[in-house]
Design a protein around this ligand. Sequence first.
Ligand code: GDP
Length: 315
Amino acid sequence: MVLLHLPKLPSTILTPLSSSPIFLRNHFLNPNPNPTKTPRPLLLFSTLTLPASEPTPIDPHTPEPTPHLQLPLHKLFVPPETHVPLDTPTLTARILKGSNILLSNYATDSQVAQAEFIKSSVRTEDCPSDGLPEFALVGRSNVGKSSLLNSLVRRKKLALTSKKPGKTQCINHFRINDSWYLVDLPGYGYASAPQELRMDWEKFTKDYFLNRSTLVSVFLLIDASIPAKQIDLEYASWLGQNQIPMTIIFTKCDKRKKKKNGGKRPEENVNDFQELIHGFFETAPPWIMTSSVTNQGRDEILLHMAQLRNYWLKH
Ligand code: GDP
């Protein structure tokens, strides 16, 4: 995939790490599995420099390298304990296709072999208590959340469970490979929902974000086929302000005929969204372009989840 609108890699990317250390805040990864009611502390991670010759035990399903995506270093998401290759071709080859995410050695066991619906909860306290790491999917109604969930687990109707009467406003837990959870949260932004109900959902999901100690990262779904909506920006801003680890999943990237009515192409909307949320974060949040129609981004999401999860489990 060519992201024509993104600037070329600057020569500063080749600056030796010793003179230009890279530090990451933990906005996008919560390394602390202990429950806490207070905002998560800001921890700094420095890069771990591995010998260039060291083999990297990444998943066999690692997608082909993408030589086209060119991003300046400050727009990349570098997971903690990840060596940033100094030469541009190696660095480019380790960026997940259609994303700004660098692969780390933690990206193992990414494939979904088994998925099952576990339970619907109406309060954070009622969620599963087995301590397994989890990723929460959230987005505006109609953003493509159910389609993405089904595509991730390769099951046509698993996410229908969340759409059954009585479950649309719940925290729905799906256990994957008996070792981690995908969590479907209520969609937001229903134009027709009464204000009272909207406030209620808001309170309930915010409580989950702030108090769910096993939440590794929120996956905020943004429709890339339309320009950014105010409510999406507010959501991203709130997550940033509260230091909730967040990954942006741009959906519907296959919808390309958007030039009419002032519309833009998905990569332009992706760029615009990042510009708009730039001020909310100290470092660039990870993002991935996806389509549930073509399965674009599916393997990349799973690899990203694997590296966040494996790092979280070790710390
Ligand atoms: P949800 O309300 O967020 O769960 O959204 P759904 O998954 O039900 O999808 C809403 C609509 O968008 C449906 O008509 C889907 O067929 C469509 N849709 C979802 N994902 C994609 C996608 O990646 N590409 C395209 N072209 N349409 C999609």
